[in-house]
Design a protein around this ligand. Structure first.
Ligand SMILES: [Zn+2]
Length: 232
């Protein structure tokens, strides 16, 4: 089978915004030039270039290769944040200034909610290529979720279901638009499939909320999928 891949990594070079902290009025960390609450400039925590650089390393470690940095990961994907910071400082000279505060600021302001920071541990919530046993929330999953694919794959998916290919979970989107965004690598005009979440749950499917607009599950049964009409 081919084309199952749903790419959630930033393949295109995206211009990051700076990560800053509103120190004057204590509005917390933010991304961008000014605090959205008080319009103050705030203090620089990480420049756009370093947000990009550090973001790539963090995604790599938490999703794919903790062992390359000699880091231990639990079966739920957690890594000790202190050990994480030390490992990066040792192996990446340009990030020698890194502290737990930087990690916290980057995670808290992540626009896609791709990470969690809890009890001095951090983890990625989706896009892993490591086989984990993620315990993400199953409550509040919307009635419908979406998946973009190429015309060639539609029939196969509706007949045989969706399985993860290069990632360990199937990644679904909260809206049709998000699905198209996640499927932007698809060649030709993408088709959007819609999953009936309640039916899937009735049949024992476990669908978890992983990011702001991303949901993950081990597999999707074909009969719960429906093709949406093409539209522009
Ligand atoms: Zn502020």
């Amino acid at each position: 089978m081919r084309g199952h891949r749903q790419n959630y990594s930033n393949r295109r070079r995206i211009q990051e915004k700076p990560v800053k902290e509103c120190v004057k009025y204590e509005h917390g960390f933010f991304r961008g030039e000014k605090c959205q609450f008080c319009e103050e400039d705030g203090e620089m925590i990480m420049s756009p270039r370093h947000v990009d650089k550090f973001g790539r390393i963090m995604a790599g470690i938490l999703r794919h290769f903790p062992d390359r940095f000699d880091l231990e990961m639990t079966q739920q994907g957690w890594i000790d944040v202190g050990e994480f910071v030390d490992a990066i400082k040792q192996k990446r000279g340009g990030l020698g200034y890194l502290t737990i505060k930087h990690v916290k600021a980057v995670i808290e302001t992540d626009p896609k909610g791709r990470y969690q920071f809890e009890d001095n541990r951090i983890r990625a919530t989706y896009a892993h290529s490591i086989d984990l046993d993620l315990d993400l929330p199953t409550e509040g999953v919307p009635e419908h979720l979406y998946y973009a694919c190429s015309e060639d794959d539609v029939e196969d998916y509706i007949e045989n279901g969706l399985f993860p290919e290069d990632r360990m979970m199937v990644h679904l989107s909260g809206t049709r638009l998000n699905a198209l965004e996640a499927g932007r690598h698809i060649i030709g005009k993408p088709v959007v499939l819609m999953l009936d979440v309640r039916e899937a749950e009735k049949d024992g499917g476990k669908i978890m909320k992983a990011g702001t607009t991303v949901f993950v599950t081990k597999e999707v049964v074909g009969k719960h999928l429906k093709r949406l009409p093409n539209s522009t």
